[in-house]
Design a protein around this ligand. Structure first.
Ligand code: ASP
Length: 409
């Protein structure tokens, strides 16, 4: 019998998960441990993967100027695409006005159900560091602590520093070290391949549990809002990324989306950019992005570049303002753009990070933070969609940066 390809198996896992979640409801939680084990396995490999492959990637660039060029291009790409994403979110929310006409009964029901969770989120946000702290915190005080905590920006900093240093010391000293790192890297990649074989089961377990817990009917209570977010994410993911990969990355968008579909399903089912990292780095290899680029652009993007989160925050801020009958002027809308860029940088690539940093956006414009209670119920499902958009953006960026750099060669 012909073997079913892995991506088809993953897709089947997703479909089966949805069916089981819908049929068994809360009982579908029984299969959650399968998903949790899968999630732990990928999370387990993320820190070593980023550390070693980025260190090797930087060492193989062999020149600090090249690293600077790649860094600058990546950064500019991140900022421009994030601003486009929020602007699209704002544009849609201002035109479709999902917050106008929401029934009083729905509002009070949502408040009652989610008030305490919303308060928890808001107080968590109040403890969030400022941008200045965020920058200072990139430098770890203790490298081992950075690895243990899995603080991605600190791990990236360490990998870049040591990778660069390997090009600065004598060749006969660095060569044996690089050989060992290459061996370790191959072993890590092998582990990723093994974990991916379990992906169909993991995806099944995760999706069945989420759909079983939240159902899809919760989307109905906030149908217009959910549709604006999901529609916006869909539009953004397929239009902007198609444009950038074909015009700047010089590859056919269909080829790109075909290559990255496994990463899209994993992002969707885990709601975590961080957990999608290993498979995303693998997938872009199919469109010619070598580790030299993917090991830098994708982990950095998974930590600081979140187009989907930014778009969603734009819609959510306008939606909550509309519910409170506030009309937002141009200055306030521009403030949302700025704040959503910062808060998508500040949000970690883990589930629900975006709704916590949304508090920062709302606070800045004086939109009542309790509004978060209104949208919490549908957030998990929207998180799945925005995480997919986030990771597609990072993978597209790696294609573009690689192409722009190859012109320099
Ligand atoms: N879950 C998202 C991610 O990992 C972040 C968010 O909550 O928006 O990319």
């Amino acid at each position: 019998m012909k073997k079913i390809p892995l991506h088809t198996q993953i897709f089947l896992g997703l479909v089966l998960g949805v069916v089981v979640g819908l049929v068994f409801g809360e009982k579908a939680q029984l299969v959650k441990p399968i998903g949790t084990i899968f999630l732990r396995l990928i999370t387990m490999i993320v820190v070593p993967l980023v550390l070693i492959s980025l260190m090797l990637g930087t060492a193989s660039l062999g020149d600090i100027r090249k690293l600077g060029r790649i860094g600058a291009k990546t950064f500019i790409y991140f900022v421009i695409t994030t601003v486009i994403a929020i602007s699209l979110g704002l544009g849609l929310a201002n035109t479709i006005k999902p917050g106008i006409g929401l029934g009083e009964d729905v509002k009070s029901q949502l408040y009652q159900s989610y008030e305490s969770e919303a308060e928890m989120g808001v107080s968590q946000m109040e403890e969030k560091p400022t941008l200045k702290d965020l920058l200072i915190n990139i430098v770890p005080e203790n490298p081992f602590n950075a690895l243990v905590k899995g603080d991605m920006l600190q791990v990236i900093f360490l990998a870049l520093l040591f990778g660069m240093v390997l090009t600065l010391i004598q060749k006969d000293k660095s060569k044996p070290l690089i050989d060992i790192l290459e061996g370790v890297n191959d072993a890590i990649i092998k582990v990723v391949h093994i974990i991916m074989k379990l992906a169909p089961y993991g995806v099944f377990g995760l999706i069945a549990a989420v759909i079983g817990q939240y159902g899809v009917d919760i989307l109905m209570t906030l149908l217009k809002y959910s549709l604006v977010v999901i529609g916006g994410l869909f539009l953004y993911t397929f239009s902007v990324n198609s444009f950038t990969v074909s015009f700047l990355g010089k590859i056919n968008p269909l080829r790109f989306f075909k290559a990255v579909k496994d990463a899209m399903v994993i992002a969707f089912s885990t709601s975590s950019s961080q957990a999608t990292l290993p498979i995303a780095m693998e997938n872009v290899e199919d469109v010619g992005v070598t580790r030299e680029y993917s090991s830098f652009v994708i982990p950095l993007g998974a930590t600081i570049n979140m187009d989907g989160t930014a778009l969603y925050q734009g819609v959510a801020a306008v939606f909550i303002a509309q519910i409170y009958g506030m009309s937002l002027g141009l200055t306030q809308q521009l403030t949302i753009v700025l704040m959503a860029v910062l808060s998508s940088v500040g949000a970690a690539g883990v589930p629900s990070a975006g709704i916590i940093t949304l508090a920062m956006v709302l606070k800045q414009i004086g939109i009542p933070l309790e509004g978060i209670a209104l949208i919490l119920g549908v957030d998990r499902i929207l998180d799945m969609c925005r995480t997919t958009t986030n990771m597609v953006g990072n993978m597209a960026c790696s294609v573009v940066v690689k192409q722009l750099e190859s012109k320099n060669k």
